[in-house]
Design a protein around this ligand. Structure first.
Ligand code: MG
Length: 266
C-alpha cells in the first residue's frame, strides 16, 4: 500500500512538473546578429558579439551542415556559390566573409557566444536539408551532440521551418526550448507537441490574429519576424509579444533597460 502511494505521488509530481516560464531580458532578438548598423556580415561572429554588447535578449543565426558533416553558420544554401551541403568544409573555408572572418563553425559560434554574455540567448536556427529526411535528422543529432559536449552555461532557443526537425529536437532533448517558424500550425498544435514558441512572419499574425490570443492563453512564447519599422515594432510590443526578431535591434532596444527579469534554465 505504501509503495502504491509513493508511486502514485511520484507520477502526480511528474505530470504536474511545470516547465519554467520564459523570461527574456528584453523583447529584442537580433536577426542574424546585430549586423546592419555597423555593416558587419550577417551571421558573423562580429554581428553576434555586437548583439551581446547591445544586451539583446537573443541573437539569431542559421546552421547548415557541409558534405563532410561540419556544422557551419550561413543563411543561404550556398557560400560563395558553393552549395554547403555538397561541399566539404575544407573547400568552404578559403572563402572568408566580407569582414575577413572565416566562415564560422557552430562550435566557434557557441564558444564566442558564451564570453561576457549576461543577457543574450543564442537563437539557433537549424536550416532544413535539401537532401532528405534522414539527413535532416542527422543535422539535428549533430547539433545536439555538440551542445551536449560544450554544455553551454547560457540558454539556447532552437528554431526551424522544418516541423520534423523541431520534433526530433524534442525527441532527443525533451527540455529544449523550441520555436517553430513556418506559420502553418495553430497554437494548440504547437502546445500538443511540446513546442514552446510560435515564431511566425508578421503576415501570418495579420491573417490569424486569433492565434495571438490563443497563444497567450496556452503560455506559448510569441515571437515575430522580421520586423524592422519602428512603428511596427511598437505595434507588436503593444500586442504583448514576448520577442521581436529584427534587423534593427538598436531601434527595438530604445527605452529598454536590458535588465533581465530573471533567468531560468528552461
Ligand atoms: Mg534565420
Amino acid at each position: 500500500m505504501r509503495n502504491f502511494l509513493f508511486i502514485t505521488l511520484l507520477l502526480l509530481s511528474c505530470t504536474t512538473m511545470k516547465v519554467p516560464a520564459y523570461k527574456p531580458a528584453n523583447p529584442i532578438v537580433a536577426h542574424r546578429g546585430a549586423f546592419k548598423k555597423n555593416g558587419f556580415p550577417e551571421n558573423s561572429i562580429a554581428s553576434l558579439r555586437e548583439a551581446i554588447r547591445l544586451g539583446c535578449a537573443g541573437s539569431e543565426f542559421d546552421v547548415r551542415m557541409s558534405a563532410d558533416d561540419s556544422l557551419v553558420i550561413n543563411h543561404d544554401p550556398h557560400h560563395k556559390k558553393l552549395e554547403i551541403e555538397k561541399t566539404p568544409y575544407a573547400e568552404l573555408i578559403p572563402h572568408p566573409l566580407s569582414n575577413g572572418e572565416k566562415l564560422p563553425t557552430l562550435r566557434e559560434y557557441l564558444l564566442a557566444g558564451v564570453k561576457d554574455n549576461i543577457h543574450t540567448d543564442l537563437v539557433l536556427e537549424i536550416k532544413p536539408s535539401g537532401l532528405g529526411a534522414e539527413r535532416a535528422r542527422a543535422i539535428v543529432d549533430k547539433v545536439i551532440s555538440l551542445v551536449k559536449e560544450l554544455k553551454p552555461s547560457y540558454r539556447i532557443v532552437y528554431i526551424s521551418f522544418d516541423y520534423n526537425m523541431c520534433l526530433r529536437l524534442l525527441e532527443k532533448m525533451p527540455k529544449a526550448h523550441v520555436q517553430y517558424l513556418n506559420g502553418d500550425k495553430t497554437p494548440d498544435q504547437l502546445k500538443a507537441d511540446g513546442i514552446r514558441g510560435m515564431d511566425y512572419s508578421y503576415n501570418v499574425y495579420k491573417k490569424h490574429p486569433e492565434w495571438i490570443t490563443r497563444a497567450k492563453e496556452l503560455g506559448i512564447v510569441l515571437n515575430v519576424w522580421t520586423v524592422n519599422e519602428p512603428s511596427m515594432i511598437q505595434d507588436f510590443l503593444k500586442q504583448g509579444f514576448d520577442l521581436i526578431t529584427t534587423n534593427e535591434p538598436e531601434e527595438g532596444l530604445k527605452g529598454e533597460t536590458c535588465l533581465p527579469a530573471g533567468r531560468d534554465e528552461g
